[in-house]
Ligand binder design. Sequence first.
Ligand code: SF4
Ligand code: SF4
Length: 374
Amino acid sequence: MTSTSANDPLALIAELTHRCPLHCVYCSNPLALTQRTTELSTADWSRVFQEAAALGVLQADFTGGEPLTRPDILDLIRAARAAGLYVNLITSGMPLDESRLEALTQAGLDHFQLSFQGAREETAQEISGTKAHAQKLRVLEWLKHHRLAVTLNFVIHRRNLDQLPEMLALAESSSATRVEFAHVQYYGWAFANRDSLLPTREQLMQSVDFFKKSQERLTGKIRIEYVVPDYYAKYPKPCMGGWGRKLMLITPNGDALPCHAARVIPHLSFENVKDHSLQEIWESSEAFQKFRGESWMQDPCKTCDRRTQDFGGCRCQAFLLAADAAATDPVCSLAPQRPKVDAILATVAQASACAPTNISTESKPAWLYRPNPA
Ligand code: SF4
Ligand code: SF4
């Protein structure tokens, strides 16, 4: 492995498992899920947390799949805390009961991020392929009795955008101090189900108006954050804060990736934490070096003033939409490939013009549900 300079990473995204009781149609996990038998052991993860802290990482985001399906979750939280990391659990709230929540708190969990598929059981069940909404409401009640920082995360899209006021009311009645409304981003299973999830421009504008007014109304009470879908943006997001700049993701079997979707890029090899130290991987591995800095950029990115803000957008999206991972992210209005994105949006607008205006009365699409790994 050759070495060039790199900043210290700030966060470690620990994909503890790809197992999950839910089957969300927008799941960002890869289409080829990691099998249970190849998951890292408790000892492997504990070493990774120590190495991450030594590298300057401050926070570990425990995610998956569903991290609570790991029977050693309490040991993993203790290990990350012992390494000096702030531990954030990103969870569907299943499988969990109040005594296990108490145990998570006792183990040192700092932050609890509960994801919702909607504000109503029916929509949540359609999207997740599981009856999970009532359990999430129970978890919300339990959280009121625990000393944990709480964020609620609502993943929003064409099928649940009419429920925003109900979602916010849920957040306001909870102990959460922060609520995220994240429009689906199109990777993994979401890319496969994209045409049924993309909102219309009108829906998007209405949602942005709602968020702005709600932020104003709830200033000082609850922090509201929202993420708009890339396809409607003028410029791309600074994906992962720039490739290999701030974050590193470890998959359930120990591969180190610069972002959760990086496996879609062909001919990119990923080092495994069982074979190399985190420092070695972060500083020198091919995957992290490939799109770090600016030398890989093509026109128009390489001479654009915004390249230090958005780093040319998302490499995985460039590959998914333009079949070239080094291309300007096609969602950028300056990208030569932007017409491809406009054509996708035109199809959505056309379909909605022919369909009923009330999305909740549309017939259920032929979803591709995320399965569970073996
Ligand atoms: S998006 Fe849904 S299916 Fe995917 S990991 Fe999260 S809860 Fe599980
Ligand atoms: S051309 Fe490249 S650097 Fe400029 S705004 Fe678009 S993606 Fe960002």
